[in-house]
Design a protein around this ligand. Structure first.
Ligand SMILES: *Cc1c(COP(=O)(O)O)cnc(C)c1O
Length: 369
């Protein structure tokens, strides 16, 4: 445990699961069904059952999951989707790629999630969907968002790329709205060894649309009923996720314990913490705190061998690709958070002794401020 502290420790996870992952991958190499092999269906069934959603459609990435969900809703040029500007670019990118308009609504300063109280004012006759992001592994106020969507006939797409395993009033992330879209990027709470993702829905017609869009809009072989994409997840990557599911419950438990422990220890130091609402369980896709003078704190931690990251340094409406969708002064809470958030090392395999090192280093650098 005295080795290098990783921001996300995938090596320790692999060491723990090496035999199972090897056996699962070998089985794919032996049967040779690299595309849409039996592991794809097995994973979809396991994940649908686990989340409680009726359907799980595995896809090539979390980005592709968002694209396919929006295509299944038949998003048209000029259609508006209300979303958070404080997220990874993929959230808004897929809206724009389809000719839609992201309508950025500000975040709650303490959870960094879409502020549901501001959503209704942003609805226009062109609004088609609300796309909250379950940032850092905590869902937004899904009851409030679903109620607004129901009143206005809108879909809700949860960008659950960072929150697989989180809960909201006991129900699982990905099964909280019209669609849940997750990512199996290696460092996400449930990751593969490359790119992968999944769309979840309990609507039969939307699920069928997603399945067709995933394979070039085919309703049967060489029958192209609609426009689609090449959006399948590889059988090998599904095999990796299946192997990782063997200890996923344990990993979730560890993440929750480590998150609570960070909260207790850093809270005692007076660090400004992310708020977690009582009806939600956060899976700590990132363990993120607020600091002033972030460049200095990050450099000081780096000097002590503690890696940190910033999710995200700019809100999307301050990025050149998305500046046209909101004035610079819009969403001031997102802009303020972008200046102050800092993510600390977090993974299920982080040892408490390592976590103590992080806490002590942060304490030292706050003392010297
Ligand atoms: C990671 C991420 C995505 C994209 O997932 P990929 O699998 O990398 O395409 C989308 N949205 C958010 C919030 C993410 O964190």
């Amino acid at each position: 445990m005295t080795g290098k502290l990783e921001f996300t420790d995938l090596k320790a996870q692999y060491a723990a699961l090496k035999e199972r992952i090897g056996a699962r991958m070998q089985a794919v190499l032996d049967h040779g069904q690299y595309i849409m092999g039996p592991e794809v269906k097995e994973l979809e069934e396991r994940l649908a059952a686990w989340t409680g959603a009726k359907h799980c459609i595995t896809v090539a990435s979390g980005t592709e999951a968002l694209l396919i969900a929006l295509m299944a809703l038949d998003l048209r040029p000029g259609d508006e989707v209300i979303t958070s500007p404080f997220t990874f670019a993929a959230t808004a990118e897929m809206i724009v790629l389809l000719g839609g308009r992201p309508v950025f609504v500000d975040i709650e300063p303490d959870t960094c999630n879409l502020d549901a109280t501001r959503v209704e004012a942003a609805i226009t006759p062109r609004t088609r969907a609300i796309m909250p992001v379950s940032l850092y592994g905590q869902t937004a106020d899904m009851d409030a968002l679903n109620a607004i969507a129901a009143r206005h006939g809108l879909a809700v797409i949860e960008d659950a790329a960072q929150s697989f395993g989180a809960t909201y009033r006991g129900a699982k992330s990905c099964n909280l709205s019209t669609f849940g879209c997750t990512s199996f990027f290696p460092s996400k709470p449930l990751g593969c060894y490359g790119d992968g993702g999944a769309v979840f829905t309990s609507d039969d017609a939307l699920a069928q649309a997603c399945r067709e869009i995933r394979v070039h809009g085919q309703s049967a072989r060489y029958t192209h009923t609609r426009l689609g994409v090449g959006g399948r997840m590889d059988t090998l990557q599904c095999a990796v996720v299946l192997a990782k599911l063997e200890r996923f419950e344990w990993e979730l438990q560890r993440r929750r314990e480590l998150g609570a422990r960070y909260h207790r220890l850093l809270g005692e130091l007076g660090v400004e913490l992310l708020a977690v609402r009582p009806e939600r369980e956060c899976v700590w896709g990132q363990y993120t705190v607020f600091v002033d003078d972030r460049p200095r704190v990050q450099a000081a931690l780096q000097a002590l061998g503690i890696p940190t990251a910033v999710h995200y340094p700019k809100p999307l409406h301050h990025q050149a690709a998305y500046a046209a969708y909101a004035p610079a002064e819009a969403c001031p809470q997102a802009a303020r958070a972008a200046q102050r958030v800092m993510s600390l090392p977090m993974s299920a395999d982080l040892a408490e002794a390592q976590q103590d090192r992080v806490v002590e280093a942060l304490a030292a650098c706050l003392r010297s401020a």
